[in-house]
Design a protein around this ligand. Structure first.
Ligand SMILES: Nc1ncnc2c1ncn2[C@@H]1O[C@H](COP(=O)(O)OP(=O)(O)OP(=O)(O)O)[C@@H](O)[C@H]1O
Length: 587
């Protein structure tokens, strides 16, 4: 990381501290007092030897003993207050960052989630914020305390004997050089550990969420190998850091021992020659004793802070991504709509792709009409739905609802009027009623049952022991594909939207459920504009208009009977093919 980047991160973190600045100043004040007491304690050794022991003064001895206890009691209370304040501040700051990260992530368009894996985002939100929390609640405190103590001690030892101090300081640069060198090495190694463990997390998440496929294709060995490889990489990084950490301690200890030996030797001469008292020497050695740990700790604390900076950098780099799709400042809140949908010469390609998926698409659906979109796989049918939902924006042309370009409407108000049943059914691990009422927080039990009945879900839900309170398992695995699809349909129905977007909504329904669903659908679709994307053409023959899409263009359009009257028409050929397939299937 460059110096400027590092500075920016410090300032950004400081901004998060702003609401808690009063507590932070108080904590700093307590830290100053704690280190003042730490620095005062060796001084009592000098008074003990020079004023009490050598002069045989019992009164001073008693006072000293009492003040020693007093100092430790005060230090204990202050340490508690300062520690608690720092824990309070860091936990609040980290919660603020986590909440901001979560809200920000939710606003990101779908393409963002294609670029960033779930594992990576989870690692940012949990691991990285945890590192920040750890470092700021403990690492930072000890760094501040150690620095203050070091400053205090250096002042005192200069005051006791500057020559001995200079001699001692002679050895310190060596220690500092070692600290710096190791600190830098540790920094890069620990950054690598973070990256490797995020990789492990991402692979684990991917495999767990695709476990059905792994089972289905019996690719256990392949996945184990993949996991093993990435896990070994992570172990390698940890071992490297472990080696560095293990060398660090003995080297620092040796430097410390050399310092102490030098002080004993030179200090002893200065006492013998009458330049110092015995008490001075003892206090001096006491001071050196209390700074060896802080000096040793400083290196690792600096390393930890670097680690936290890297974590903060990763968090901020996600927070800095501007959503490519967002509301305009003067976005229109559309309260009521009639339900007219218009595609006006829409050209669209997915970000990073070369080829256009929709090529100058134009059509208009009047309020209350049912349009079906059919065509080969990959023709761009789902993409049309995604553009109406404004999951993506077209590169040119426009998608309009009631004559408004969807880019001019607030996304929340637009989506309130759209009832989407997506191709991939996604249900939450909660009760059926909560799943159905997901988009309508004020839904009553009657509303939920009404929606379930229309979607032909009521009967199977009612048969369950806990009915609507049945909790769906991890991703709803306890239900069949058709049942899950019906719950997903009920979730769209309950919103009572003016526009229905059904993307392969009946693909998982069996023949009898499908005909019942068609019946119900016809009832519920009355007065609403509907787009049905379907592969099974038998499900859409009632549509007011059918668009046959191929390679991003409409190649045929008309009602079922119009299209069936077309000699060699693509729709007609597909319909006849499917009818023959159905006949064979029923034999
Ligand atoms: N997020 C995406 N990023 C890049 N390409 C995509 C993305 N989603 C879809 N595509 C590509 O765009 C093309 C059209 O996809 P789309 O899902 O709209 O087709 P479809 O007609 O609905 O197909 P199907 O009937 O199989 O669902 C396909 O070639 C697909 O690979």
């Amino acid at each position: 990381m460059k110096k400027k980047e590092l500075k920016d991160i410090y300032f950004r973190l400081l901004k998060y501290l702003k609401p808690y600045i009063k507590y932070f100043i108080l904590a700093l004040f307590f830290m100053c007092l704690v280190s003042a007491i730490m620095v005062a304690i060796p001084w009592t050794l000098k008074v003990l030897i020079d004023s009490a022991l050598i002069k045989k003064d019992a009164f001073i001895l008693n006072i000293l003993a009492l003040s020693m206890i007093g100092l430790y009691v005060i230090k204990g209370i202050l340490s508690f207050c300062q520690n608690y304040l720092m824990i309070y501040i860091t936990n609040n700051v980290i919660s603020d960052i986590r909440e901001q990260f979560f809200s920000h992530m939710q606003l990101m368009p779908l393409e963002f989630f294609k670029r960033h894996s779930t594992g990576e985002l989870m690692s940012r939100l949990t691991n990285d914020t945890f590192i920040l929390q750890q470092v700021f609640s403990t690492g930072l405190v000890s760094l501040v305390l150690d620095t203050l103590t070091l400053i205090g001690v250096v002042c005192f030892i200069f005051y006791i004997d500057w020559k001995l101090t200079m001699a001692t300081i002679f050895i310190l640069p060596l220690a500092f050089l070692a600290v710096q060198k190791f600190g830098r090495r540790l920094k890069s190694v620990s950054y690598r550990i973070q990256e490797r463990s995020a990789d492990v997390f991402a692979v684990l998440q991917e495999i767990l969420s695709s476990i059905k496929i792994v089972h289905g294709f019996a690719t256990y060995e392949k996945e184990s190998e993949r996991f093993k490889k990435i896990n070994r990489e992570s172990v390698k990084a940890v071992l490297k850091a472990g080696r560095l950490n293990s060398i660090y301690t003995p080297v620092m200890e040796l430097l410390g021992a050399m310092g102490i030996a030098a002080v004993f030797w030179y200090g002893g001469y200065r006492v013998i020659n009458g330049h110092m008292t015995i008490g001075d020497l003892m206090a001096f050695i006491g001071y050196i004793g209390i700074i060896t740990t802080p000096v040793r700790r400083m290196g690792s604390n600096l390393g930890n802070i670097q680690q936290a900076m890297a974590a903060a950098h990763r968090i901020f780099s996600v927070l800095d991504i501007e959503p490519s799709i967002k509301d305009k400042e003067d976005a229109i809140e559309i309260k009521e709509i009639k339900g007219m949908i218009e595609f006006d010469n829409v050209w669209f390609k997915y970000p990073d792709d070369e080829e256009y998926i929709l090529k100058g698409l134009s059509f208009k659906i009047m309020p209350g009409q049912v349009f079906a979109i059919v065509g080969p796989s990959g023709a761009g049918k789902t993409t049309i739905i995604d553009l109406i939902m404004r999951f993506y924006d077209p590169q040119s042309g426009s998608v309009k609802i009631d004559g408004y370009d969807v880019r001019d409407l607030s996304m929340r108000s637009l989506r309130r009027h759209l009832g989407l049943v997506p191709q991939d059914v996604i249900l939450f691990n909660t009760t059926i009623s909560e799943n159905i009422s997901y988009g309508k927080s004020d839904a009553t039990t009657e509303d939920i049952i009404w929606a379930a009945k229309i979607s032909n879900a009521h009967d199977f839900i009612d048969k369950m022991e806990k009915g609507y309170d049945t909790i769906l398992g991890e991703r709803g695995v306890r239900f069949s594909g058709g049942e899950r699809q019906r719950i997903s349909i009920a979730r769209a129905v309950i919103k009572n939207p003016k526009i229905f977007l059904l993307d392969e909504a009946t693909s998982n329904l069996d023949a009898s459920s499908e005909s019942q669903f068609q019946e119900a659908l016809k009832r519920v679709l009355k007065g609403r504009t509907t787009i049905i994307v379907a592969h099974r053409l038998s499900t859409i023959i009632f549509a007011d208009k059918i668009l046959y899409l191929e390679n991003g263009k409409i190649v045929e359009e008309g009602t079922h009977s119009e299209l069936m009257n077309k000699e060699n028409g693509k729709y007609r050929m597909l319909f006849e093919l499917q009818t023959k397939e159905n006949m064979f299937a029923s034999l």
